[in-house]
Design a protein around this ligand. Structure first.
Ligand code: ARG
Length: 458
């Protein structure tokens, strides 16, 4: 192919064909085209504003870039590997369309500040998309938590039955994690939304540019001031990926519970058919593919974080071609996270809760043993002694294959005469959850109040 490269002036030999393909990024950075054009339009307008371009030149450039955007959207744009990347492809097309005026667009700019600007515009947009999926998921969880505020289930530690809780309370634990994730994302957005444009290649430019003007046009809150830092900084991408990794870790834990709970052994929930698949050999199977896949995809997001950290660790200032490797991990992290949140937000409202099964499970495993100890403390026994007495009662129940609330008062009194008839209500599941009636406790009215606070914060 005989396409002239915009930097060909000092070269006498053509690029090796393999090297051309090896160094090109257009196959993936064309994903940034919308933001590249957005940045170029703002740059042209700034150049006109400070008198480096005439108004007529500027409007020709803006008009033509808008047409190019349409060509790309329609799929009519011919991407060329010989033109390396999204930036040179679009600029070359501009010059094809409007001749010499197109060649003026790159005045006072470098691909180094251009690409850094594109990625930040892209990531800012994606953070907003991710935040709204996250909010949609939180709203869905709040609705289910409210509906299931009275639903009893066993709470676990070490995956052993521990104490009764409400399902609403359990769902709200997930909400807390996701709320922190959302806050982390918003905080990261502040550092993403800073404009590198104007740094040019590394040292700034000799033209009388107005960086505040461009920043305002592009909706950047701040300017990445130091020109060396502006073109080489990828902290913002790493920070985003770190937040994404934490979020995926949460979704993965969430997935693990959904997988366990939808098993025949737990049978706490049934995921909707629309979110499961069957087996090609075992006719009875209904597999929880969605949570399994989200759990599996967590690994690639962790991997991308490590890729980006490693990408940056030995780079001298300022821009290095290494940075071209920032895009694929970042794009994949965004798509994976956004997809995972999206599918969860759709799946959660359609999950069926097996209240009877949950309640029956809460009844097993001496989940109100702590309540019995607390009852004894109320009768004046020190907690450590109460713990010991209840431990003996549990041992007795294991040996006699019965539950605590099946013991007669006589048997109870053989452990301590302080136990009276009022013990039985303390041993019920309802008695246990209603007793935990403080800020952050599992009592149904606390759950309902927490749902209200959550809704107010969304
Ligand atoms: N494709 C490059 C990247 O993604 C654009 C910047 C290239 N700059 C340069 N001087 N070669 O990083």
């Amino acid at each position: 192919m005989n396409i002239e490269k915009p930097w060909s002036g000092r070269f006498t030999a053509p690029t090796d064909a393999f090297v051309e393909a090896f160094t090109a990024s257009v196959s993936f950075d064309q994903y940034l085209s919308e933001y590249d054009i957005m940045g170029s339009i703002a740059h042209a307008q700034m150049l006109a504003h400070v008198g480096v371009l005439t108004e007529a030149e500027c409007s020709q450039i803006v008009q033509s870039l808008t047409e190019i955007q349409e060509e790309i959207k329609r799929g009519d744009f011919k991407w060329s590997v010989a033109l390396e990347d999204v930036h040179m492809n679009i600029e070359t097309r501009l010059t094809q369309k409007i001749g010499n005026v197109g060649k003026k667009l790159h005045t006072g700019r470098s691909r180094n500040d251009q690409v850094a600007t594109d990625i930040r515009l892209y990531l800012r947009h994606e953070i907003d998309q991710i935040s709204s999926e996250l909010t949609r998921l939180l709203k869905a969880l709040a609705d289910v938590a409210e509906r299931e505020a009275d639903t009893l289930m066993p709470g676990f530690t070490h995956l052993q039955s521990a104490q009764p809780i409400t399902f609403g309370h359990h769902l709200l634990a997930w909400c807390e994690m996701l709320l922190r994730d959302r806050a982390r994302l918003q905080d990261c957005r502040k550092r993403v939304n800073s404009m590198p444009l104007g740094a040019a290649a590394l040292a700034g430019t000799s033209y009388p540019i107005d960086r505040h003007y461009t920043a305002k046009r592009l909706g950047f809150d701040t300017i990445a001031e130091n020109s060396l830092d502006a073109v080489s900084d990828r902290d913002f991408a790493i920070e985003f990926n770190a937040s994404a990794a934490i979020m995926m870790m949460h979704l993965s834990r969430f997935s693990e519970e959904l997988v366990l709970w939808s098993s025949a052994q737990f049978n706490f929930i049934m995921l909707s058919d629309a979110f499961c698949t069957g087996s090609s050999i075992m006719p009875q199977k209904k597999n929880p593919d969605v949570p399994e896949l989200v759990r599996g995809k967590t690994g690639r997001v962790y991997g991308h974080l490590l890729s980006l950290l490693t990408l940056m660790k030995s780079q001298p200032l300022a821009y290095n071609k290494d940075n071209q490797e920032d895009k694929e991990p970042l794009f994949d992290t965004v798509d994976t996270l956004k997809g995972s949140l999206h599918v969860f937000a759709d799946m959660i409202p359609n999950m069926h809760v097996q209240r009877e099964q949950m309640r029956a499970a809460a009844q097993r495993g001496f989940t109100t043993a702590t309540d019995l100890a607390d009852y004894l403390v109320g009768k004046g026994i020190a907690f450590r002694d109460a713990h010991e007495i209840v431990g003996k009662a549990v041992r007795y129940c294991i040996d006699n294959s019965c539950d605590l609330d099946a013991l007669s008062l006589d048997v109870f009194q053989s452990f301590t005469p302080l136990i009276e008839n009022d013990v039985y209500e303390r041993l019920t599941l309802e008695g246990s959850i209603n007793a935990r009636d403080h800020l952050g406790g599992t009592a149904p009215n606390q759950v309902r109040a927490a749902v209200q606070r959550l809704r107010n914060s969304l």
